[in-house]
Design a protein around this ligand. Structure first.
Ligand code: SF4
Length: 512
């Protein structure tokens, strides 16, 4: 079992740090389709740079390493209890080694277990089979994209598309709608797994199962093959693009599975996965516990050159690039417009769900006047002298802070918030009234942003756990795009509106 545990540790580390070959090829194709100098090209330049950095540093591609989910097939007679124990140990070790972020939180108390173990975490699902090896697959699917999963119960009415009936055409509409509703919040460009049929839970299981297929495989079911191809040909016409900034590529892969249902129910379940599509697998020798073969690693491995700086430089031709250092004045903020690229030097503070809730009812532990809040739950390491270093630090989904953000900005005089996916009308109104700005960083670019953080100056509110604490970060050249300004403009609202209009072109039946 010791060797098996080591094999599981390798699988976890490799999944968290090294994007599979099929996913790399899909990202490369997307990058080639964008025109130089656009926001989409700049985002993809940051993403590919980040993929390369994670690979070289053996550090998490994205700081959100999700809810680790294992799917295991064992020959008859293999002890599944021992396998579980080995996985628990490997998960705890990988968390200690900062290859995984501590992500297991008590749902009632909010307490983080610190080692990714706890009720329901990790998820381990077993099947038996007649083969003579153990097949272990792992997916690390973060919260930003998990929150964009959606389930439809047919028949239903869909925004932009009208009625979706209980047939292939209704399913087609649901899938297109699922891409539209995700916008950039799940760190597009994304991959979707679709499950047709089942009940509410088995439908989602089937959808997630599709994410274990190779990006490049061909569905053996003729109708589903046609459906997958249709979605890949048309979803990108919605123009949502990378990070929801607009652009040519919104979807990188679509896989559809089907199962029976009961007559009264017809569910279409969609599992949305961000570009940081971290899933790998291994074949393991049940006698020795050694890895015999890695899965999803056929064909060419795309290595990405560091082009993020070039892309930022190219974007200068299209955008205004402004450098800001806190404390920032209202006048500086009022000069910014949607589309400007901002580079931040100096201090910023992290703040996620727990901090936003806390600040609503308490004083801040530091003076936040003129400061920058970064929606981020980093992966942190402490050395023997007690100094903290940042191992991964991309933005988290900002919309969760919508109920608090505007009030907190006004209460403490915060001038800028950085996150991803955009925020809603309440925050937009507060930005206008108070003189604030929302900056969209590139979701999942955890290594790229960790590299911009030159020093950790302090931390407050550690009782909320590592990802939720308020970290005082000293940054250099931290680059993000203004997507909501103090003049009432929101790129997110604009892209949502235009993609909804484009969705309407798919209203007429295609599959009869
Ligand atoms: S890339 Fe985005 S959606 Fe994916 S895990 Fe990271 S933060 Fe979450």
């Amino acid at each position: 079992m010791e060797t098996f545990q080591e094999s599981m540790y390798q699988l976890i580390v490799e999944t968290s740090t090294n994007l599979p070959k099929d996913v790399r090829r899909a990202v490369k194709k997307a990058k080639q389709s964008e025109s130089a100098g656009t926001r989409a090209a700049m985002s993809l330049g940051t993403i590919t740079n980040n993929i390369q950095m994670a690979d070289e540093n053996i550090s998490p591609i994205c700081q959100d390493t999700g809810l680790p989910t294992f799917k295991i097939k064992t020959p008859v007679g293999v002890n599944q209890i021992k396998i579980k124990e080995a996985i628990y140990n490997a998960i705890a070790q990988a968390t200690k080694d900062t290859k995984l972020r501590p992500n297991s939180v008590d749902s009632l108390t909010g307490k983080n277990s610190g080692d990714n173990l706890g009720g329901g975490t990790p998820v381990i699902k077993f099947d038996q089979w007649e083969n003579d090896y153990i097949d272990v697959r792992l997916i690390l699917k973060g919260g930003g994209c998990e929150n964009k999963n959606i389930q439809y119960s047919l028949p239903c009415e869909l925004d932009g598309l009208g009625r979706a009936g209980r047939d292939l055409d209704g399913i087609r509409k649901c899938i297109l709608h699922s891409v539209y509703q995700a916008q950039g919040q799940g760190c597009s460009a994304g991959f979707i797994g679709v499950g047709i049929g089942g009940d509410r839970s088995s439908g989602y299981d089937l959808a997630k199962e599709q994410l274990f297929r190779s990006v490049e495989d061909v569905n053996p079911h003729e109708d589903l093959r046609k459906l997958e191809e249709y979605i890949m040909d048309n979803a990108n016409k919605l123009g949502i693009g990378t990070m929801g900034f607009g652009g040519e590529t919104t979807l990188l892969g679509c896989k559809v599975g089907v199962m029976n249902r009961i007559p009264a129910s017809f569910f279409v379940s969609v599992a949305y996965n961000c570009w940081a599509f971290r899933r790998l697998g291994v074949k393991v020798n049940p006698e020795t516990g050694d890895i015999q073969e890695w899965l999803y690693q056929d064909g060419e491995k795309v290595e990405f050159a560091n082009e993020a700086e070039n892309e930022v430089a190219a974007s200068k031709e299209e955008s205004n690039v402004v450098t800001l250092t806190a404390p920032i004045t209202e006048e500086q903020i009022r000069e910014l417009k949607v589309g400007d690229v901002v580079r931040i030097d100096g201090r910023m503070y992290t703040g996620r769900d727990a901090i936003h809730k806390y600040l609503t009812d308490h004083d801040a532990p530091v003076d936040l006047n003129g400061q920058v809040i970064y929606h981020c739950g980093p992966v942190m390491a402490k050395d023997e002298e007690g100094n903290w270093t940042v191992k991964a630090a991309g933005p988290t989904t900002s919309i969760r802070e919508e109920p608090y953000q505007g009030d907190i900005m006004k209460k403490f005089g915060i001038r800028a918030v950085i996150g991803k996916g955009g925020m809603g009308p309440k925050t937009l109104a507060a930005l206008q009234e108070h003189g604030g700005v929302y900056l969209n960083a590139i979701g999942g670019a955890a290594q790229y942003y960790a590299d911009c953080i030159k020093k950790v100056d302090g931390v407050d509110l550690t009782e909320f756990g590592i990802p939720e604490a308020m970290w005082h970060l000293n940054v250099e050249g931290f680059t993000a795009v203004v997507t909501m300004d103090s003049h009432g403009n929101s790129l997110h609202a604009d892209v949502d509106k235009s993609s909804l209009e484009k969705l309407a072109q798919f209203k007429e039946p295609v599959f009869k």
